[in-house]
Design a protein around this ligand. Structure first.
Ligand code: FMN
Length: 247
């Protein structure tokens, strides 16, 4: 006998035939491609364009064969260029179509690209520790205000996993569900979780190209993590993390 569970309810409620008309169908204006920012929100750091960044030229085949989860890292910094490369490989914008849609290095359902990337910096050359935001449309970083012990707090929210403070940097992907549900209604939630997988996988593969390792992280306290990043958990929530460090 089948038992009703939250997971099955989710699958049922997100079936195509159970979707109400989306806001896009209703003719409403779409949300912006990226959460708006002000120059006054924090210092902006320019990143090198991807073409100017040299990596080890590891073949795709080798990257896939060699990829594995790494949770213990060398105490060596990630360079700013390596970080720029990792950011571009995970969310980099290859084409901006009249500010209506973007095509990026990762696939996304309907090219909705409903993520923002927040970085927790522990050890990256030229960057102070703390929180930063990747401005994907501009390929720049912006430093964010954060408590001096934010690195420790984020480790605690990630159920005290040591790699959070031992990695050079931790990627925290934030979902902006309305960017997705605007077109797909509740079914859009499925796509957020699918999209997040592509992003993390690209980080795993990109890391193979500059002697670094990655650990995907989904074990964290949602409430605490969202609160630390100032997210309400509804309009924005942390969907996935990954640590990145030198091996
Ligand atoms: C969705 C997902 C969540 C994960 N969460 C964690 C985590 O919170 N902590 C951790 O140490 N590893 C985490 N991992 C890493 C897995 O444990 C790892 O991928 C698995 O053991 C297989 O090892 P491999 O990646 O080396 O092939 C996660 C992986 C995935 C795909």
């Amino acid at each position: 006998m089948s038992k009703k569970t939250t997971g099955l309810d989710f699958l049922q409620a997100t079936k195509h035939e159970n979707q109400p008309a989306s806001d896009q169908k209703k003719g409403l204006e779409q949300p912006p491609l990226q959460v708006p920012y002000e120059e006054s929100d924090g210092p902006i750091i320019k990143l090198k364009g991807i073409r100017q960044i040299k990596t080890d030229n590891v073949s795709l085949r080798e990257a896939i064969e060699e990829r594995k989860t790494v949770r213990m890292y060398e105490n060596k910094p990630i360079s700013l260029d390596e970080l720029a490369y990792a950011l571009f490989m995970t969310q980099g914008v290859k084409r901006n179509v009249r500010d209506k849609a973007t095509f990026r290095t990762v696939p996304s359902a309907g090219a909705r690209h409903a993520f923002e990337t927040i970085l927790l910096i522990n050890n990256v050359e030229g960057l102070k520790r703390g929180l930063y935001r990747y401005l994907a449309l501009e390929h720049k970083l912006q430093k964010l205000e954060a408590a001096p012990d934010i690195n420790q707090k984020i480790r605690r929210a990630a159920l005290k996993q040591p790699q959070i403070e031992e990695a050079g940097v931790v990627f925290l992907w934030v979902a902006e569900p309305y960017r997705m549900t605007y077109r797909y209604s509740e079914r859009g939630y499925r796509y957020l979780f699918l999209d997040a997988g592509h992003v993390a996988q690209n980080l795993y593969l990109a890391a193979q190209d500059f002697s670094a390792g990655v650990c995907a992280i989904a074990a964290y306290d949602d409430e605490r993590m969202n609160t630390l990043l100032g997210l309400d958990g509804e309009h924005q929530f942390v969907i996935y993390l990954a640590s990145l460090g030198k091996v």
